[in-house]
Ligand binder design. Sequence first.
Ligand code: FAD
Ligand code: SAM
Length: 644
Amino acid sequence: MLASLQNAKLSWNDAGMPISDSFEDIYFSNNNGLHETQYVFLKQNNLPERWLTHDRNFFVIAETGFGTGLNFLATWQAFRHYRETKPEGKVTRLHFISFEKFPLTKLDLKQALAVWPELSSLSEQLISAYPYAVPGCQRLCFDDGAVVLDLWLGDANELLPQIYEPADGLADVWFLDGFAPSKNPDMWTESLFSQVYRLSRPLTTLSTFTAAGFVRRGLANAGFVMSKVAGHGEKRSILIGRSQKTKAKINTLPVTSIAIVGGGIASACLTYLLTQRGFRVELFCADNDVAEGASGNPQGAIYPLLHHPDDLLSQFFVSAFHFCQQLLTGINNQTAFRHDWCGVLLKAIDDKSSQKNSDLLQANFPSELIQQDADGVLFPHGGWVVPAELVKALFQLSAQNGLLTQHKNCEIKSLNNNDLFWQLSDTEGNTWSASHVILANGVNILDFEQTTSLPITPMRGQISTLRASDYEAISTYVVCGDGYIVPALDGQQVIGATYIRNDMSREVRQSEHDENRVKMQRTLPQTAPQDVSDYTITSGRASIRGVTRDHFPLIGGFRSTEDLKRAGAEMPKSGWLPETASGLFILAGMGSRGLCSAPWSAEIMASLLLNEPLPCSLLTLRNIDPHRRELRRAWKINLGNRRD
Ligand code: FAD
Ligand code: SAM
């Protein structure tokens, strides 16, 4: 668990440069900080030249101390220039990972970056996508996904051991920033040096503005060949290093073909994120069209599930909410789907919900995320979406580049593995094969022989729609109290929803309309009619959520009974690692917040599948592991009562 964050406390010198009050050190040199960054971090790591002939098409830079983001912006600027001038270059995607213990406030960031007008077109985008000040990782995507920034908020020494190393290694370059070692000895530790080495690849290089002897020796002991070179401006020398690792053994199947089973928001997001990375996807949807399952309601609310900034589930949802906002905003520039970031109000309707709201307000979440409102707690940037329009927009964008094949009305009945490929068979006896299969078919994931015992419970839900003209001024927000009420659309007001465990029926029931009317009356007693029979229900829709007890979705590789036994027996003390070798993956259990969590869950899934850096910690990976129940049990048996 990480302690909640504190923002950086800054002063400004006469040249308008930020100075840290806590560390009494400068963020960048007064003597043209941008040139210094270009010299120390880009030139010393031989960038952009290395992008031309790198061994994979994405390049990963990791940094300690994001600060004002100047290093990131300078790298992004260089990467843009390289892409424009060298379109034949091998690297098409830049992945920048940065760790920051004391993030600047957005206001300070704006002021700090204002001194670099030459970077303004990039810094404006960074400022507008800047993450919420909550511990964990938030992923920012720029230039249509060609530039990815993972901002890990927290202490680098606590976070680095939590970073998963993909099969092909993580960082190609390290920028070791983080104030002078004399001013910040807590960061420059032996443990940091060994983590930097652990997360390096065979040809990884590093550079740092410091020339401190203990940094040089520490990095050399960790495994880097270190040398001193001339510094920038008045600085005599700086350090550079090169990893001595030999080529890692890659133990995963190459991704040659991808099949996705589904047709809801989870599979739509995954399809979009994979085709955007240039991968071909074959989609299988049991219904006549996509978005006919849980993702087919006329409207749905988008807001995160929060308790406390230090709890992993809340951190997962903050990252998810931030990513969802970015994804929807990004695709909205290319295609139309109706949505509105009108705000979501958690209305206090009784003592219990009042207490929950006051706990939430005291939990130290940033005010951009939640605020106090006269009636409860407001998510000012929450909102609603028409889920089916969003799902269709995502599939339409995926199809535009010719990388998507869709099989509708095609129910996959069984999955068989023949070592190199998974074979999918439908109800008509047709078969297809793929090296990698992702099951993203909502609650029906329980229908497959392999996945029938996953910890998902079917939870039927019905929404009702009312004629909006009958209830003119209900609210400009989505209001959640007992159930929820969404602002009117097309003359219809959506209210909902019911929860019925283990009921797979999709019939619309009068009894559940009545239940929804009572919920609305409890939520908005002043606005709603006193007599529930005065409500005119115009229509309704029922579908089935796939819920999990711990509210985390299920994201990760499938493990057979034998794999689970082996994982239990061989599990290292620190816990299990995600499974990537089986070629079968699970993306399910989106529960009641799938519209918020599906984009992020799909991004984690895509990163895991493609051996890219993961935007979540090992602890979170264990919490979302589809087999966490069995693995926790095995972990406990082998190692005593440990829980993460
Ligand atoms: P689904 O949308 O159910 O999609 C499953 C897909 O898999 C379907 O297209 C189906 O055809 C396909 N499929 C199934 N089996 C097979 C097979 N064997 N072969 C091929 N294809 C198959 N979330 C929010 O965030 N906000 C809300 O306000 C909200 N309100 C809700 C209200 C109700 C009443 C309900 C039921 C849910 C609500 N949710 C809400 C939850 C949200 O709708 C779900 O979390 C989300 O839609 C799940 O998406 P999915 O893609 O996992 O599954
Ligand atoms: N690279 C930055 C830029 O481009 O603006 C400048 C970085 S500034 C010199 C050092 C940064 O390291 C500060 O933002 C500071 O908060 C951060 N930092 C210090 N100790 C840290 C730690 N233990 N973990 C993560 N970040 C830390």
